[in-house]
Every structure is written in structure tokens, then in C-alpha cells.
Design a protein around this ligand. Sequence first.
Ligand code: ATP
Length: 256
Amino acid sequence: MSSNNTQNILEVRDLLVYYENAIAINNVSLKCRKGKITGIFGANSAGKSTLMHTISGLIMDMRDKEKKKGGERITWFGEINYNGENITNMKPSDRARKGLILSPERRQVFPESSTMENIKIGGYLATREQAKKTMDYVFKLFPELINLKHREAGFLSGGEQQMLAIGRALMAQPKLLLLDEPLLGLAPSIETRLAQAIKAINTETGVTVVLSEQYARPVFPIIDYGYVLENGSIVLEGSGEELMNNPDVLGAYFGM
Ligand code: ATP
């Protein structure tokens, strides 16, 4: 496929990321089709968050912060293309303005702000009309949040906080939504509920989704294509069904 194929909203090429001398992402190349859901699977420390931070550009902020502190040196090589544009060294805020939005690991809602305030904060890139429309959509998608509008986000359950984090990310008008371990630490029934909501977002709004997960069972059925990361390298890729039926995946994830 040619490199500027518009079918691929995202193309990562030969990506290497180092924390000082330790390699966290080792020569990763992947493609994400527009309008689809791509999964990135891997155990603890496989490199999922590092990959998400490099795609969203947050790694630039992390690098600058470390530099100021005189801490470790964070470096990366390779290329990230978004909608055919090389964004490898583009500021995260500019990426966000182009619709590349990350919902970070562990949700990171503002605990002392209310549900409603958290949602409104997400709308900083939206027009008034977009914000109104998206807010209506978020409460339709997650009616659980309607009666919690004025509750401090820190008092919501893990599942409700995750709904809020996704809602907040939607308010930023994503074209490509990066979800870093959205099911982390949630009860199985909530995992299924959220996996279905992610699928609904994708089909109802057409937003492209890239999501990372460790424990992938509820996620395999909703992905169109997935990659398995091990020690920073891609060791396996395929459709959700192919991955779900792969003996290595069965062994690694389900102990079979
Ligand atoms: P988890 O599921 O635990 O979040 P992950 O798949 O997201 O894991 P990363 O957090 O990307 O993995 O970590 C990849 C590797 O990089 C690990 O070896 C980790 O210890 C290391 N690492 C991550 N962040 C830093 C950092 N700021 N400084 C040094 N090493 C780091």
C-alpha cells in the first residue's frame, strides 16, 4: 500500500523510543484504517502507554519535563503519519486540534470538578454548537452519568469515571480517538458495557479508534484489527477473530 493511502488515518513507521538507554518501543510499524477500531494488546510494561504517548505527542511534554528536572533523556526515532501528514515532531496541542485525542490510562478525570465541569473542560476545542451536540450524545451514550452531573468526579465509581473520561475525550471532537487501557481495573460487567459503548461510538459517529488493553477478552469482538506488543515489539497481528483463536494469545491471556 502506498504511504499516503488515505484509507490509513494513522501510519507508524520504524518507531523506536528510548528512556535513557532502555528501549521501550523497538522498531514498531503499524497502520490504522480510517473508521475502524484497532487494538494494541500487551502485558504490563509491553510499551502500550509509551506508544500512545508517542502517537498523541504527549511524549514531547514528558521529554521536556524530564530535561528541565535534569532527569532521564527520552528520545524517539521513526515516523508517525496522521492523515498523510508527518506529525512525528508536532506539538501535542496541534495534534489535538487536528482531531488526534488521547484518553489516558487510569482515566485521569479532575477529581474535584463535577462530572459536568469535566465534560465541559473537554470541549475547549469545540464550537458552542458542537459542544452542545456532543454533550447530548455523551449523555445518550452514558445515561448513567445524567444523575451524576453535579457530583465531584472523584466520588464516581471506576466505571463511571471511565465513561466520563471517554465523554470528555469525545467533547474534544476527535477524528482519531486513542484510548489507553479503558477497561483497566473494571468489573467484568462494566468491561462489556464499555466495550459496547466504544463500538457504538465508532459506528454511530464514524470516529476511528485505537485502544490498548492487557486483558483483551471483551475487546477482541469489537476490534477490526489488532497488534500484540511484547517487550516493545510487535509479535503478532491480525483480525480480532484471528487473534482470539491464536494459541499464543490464548495461552498468554487466558492461560489455556
Ligand atoms: P502498563 O500496562 O503497565 O501501563 P505499558 O504496556 O503501557 O504497561 P509502558 O508504560 O509503555 O508499558 O512501558 C514500557 C517500558 O518502558 C517498560 O519497561 C517501562 O518500565 C518503561 N518506562 C515507561 N515509562 C518510563 C519512564 N518514564 N522512564 C523510564 N522507563 C519507563
